[in-house]
Design a protein around this ligand. Structure first.
Ligand code: NAD
Length: 301
């Protein structure tokens, strides 16, 4: 059994949907959990709800330990406050699941600047605001597990979600840097691109929603939050009982040696689309250094 005894977790946006499932599963295996959620509509407007209270009530009724926190991750000071709540109540932070999210879908040509900022504030800036103070505490303890919630809308694209897709893909950039900075401190940073039937996907999934129970995503997140997890910098697609890995590959590409073959021309590019794009022998780098090493090898080879 993979357990979370003595572990303290923060799950943002844990009042409903995926976050609630993550929080409940971690708590059921012994984690003490901060259930963060200010409530609000799927568009991020206040609707007077306090769903975090219901999740905390469910966890405590089942014998677990949890507290509610109502800060919006979109507020710059929220991270310090949420982490302070965890440290104040439970003494530390071992696990952070950045899950809070909203939607403001619009075709790009109609996107209003407030809909851009609202989405970046919750998904991207919110992840920065909460993760930074959490990392500071994790570094003190030499241990941490962080999961970011990305989306296929950013990794692969989806009509009408330029703001959301850009924010979700930016989280992969954040993960890729934090995985490197976390190595010396026992901090593993991974991400999921979930598929789940929640209020966010009601229109998208329609009748298929029942097949994508959010509870089928939580085990993958819990694994990535566990001491057993030695992986870092992974992005997993998770939904409906499947778990797959997304990765970014660099093709071997086309190379024209400027020393012996002359400078690269526009026509060289046009004539070599096939080798530029050929996926045979691609590289999955662990850091930007790997790309540089590959290029340097060609230049000196
Ligand atoms: P949901 O709307 O059911 O849950 C999102 C939760 O985040 C809500 O409870 C909401 O109150 C909370 N939240 C919103 N703004 C917040 C803020 N500023 N601070 C703290 N909490 C806030 O949707 P969900 O499907 O469970 O989404 C969870 C995460 O998964 C989101 O980041 C979403 O973008 C992502 N995601 C979901 C799917 C899917 O198929 N459901 C697909 C890809 C990505």
């Amino acid at each position: 059994m993979i357990g979370f005894e003595d572990r303290v977790a923060i799950v943002t946006g844990a009042g409903r949907g995926l976050g609630a499932e993550h929080a409940k599963l971690l708590a059921s295996r012994g984690a003490r959990v901060v259930v963060n959620d200010p409530g609000g509509s799927v568009h991020g407007t206040d609707d007077g709800s306090r769903p975090a209270d219901e999740v905390v009530a469910e966890i405590t009724a089942a014998g677990g330990a949890a507290i509610a926190d109502y800060h919006s991750v979109a507020d710059p000071g929220s991270g310090e406050a949420i982490v302070a709540a965890a440290v104040g109540e439970f003494g530390k932070v071992d696990i952070l699941v950045n899950n809070a999210g909203i939607l403001r879908d619009r075709a790009f040509h109609n996107l209003a600047v407030e809909d851009l900022h609202a989405v970046l504030d919750v998904h991207l800036r919110g992840a920065f605001y909460v993760t930074q103070p959490a990392v500071r505490v994790m570094r003190e303890h030499g241990y941490g597990r962080i999961v970011l919630t990305s989306s296929a809308s950013g990794v692969l694209g989806n009509f009408g979600q330029s703001n959301y897709g850009a924010a979700k893909m930016a989280l992969i950039g954040l993960m890729n840097v934090l995985k490197i900075e976390g190595v010396k401190h026992g901090i593993k940073v991974n991400a999921i691109a979930p598929i789940a039937g929640t209020r966010m996907t009601q229109e998208l999934l329609g009748e298929m929603a029942d097949r994508f129970d959010p509870a089928l995503v939580a085990p993958a997140v819990a694994y990535l939050c566990s001491e057993e997890c030695a992986l870092t910098g992974e992005l997993w697609s998770v939904g409906g009982g499947t778990i797959s890995r997304f990765f970014i590959g660099l093709t071997d590409g086309y190379f024209k040696d400027p020393g012996s073959e002359g400078p690269l021309t526009i026509e060289d590019v046009a004539a070599n689309l096939a080798p530029i794009r050929d996926e045979t022998g691609y590289l999955v780098g662990e850091s930007s250094r790997d790309e540089f090493t590959k290029l340097a090898g060609k230049l000196t080879g």
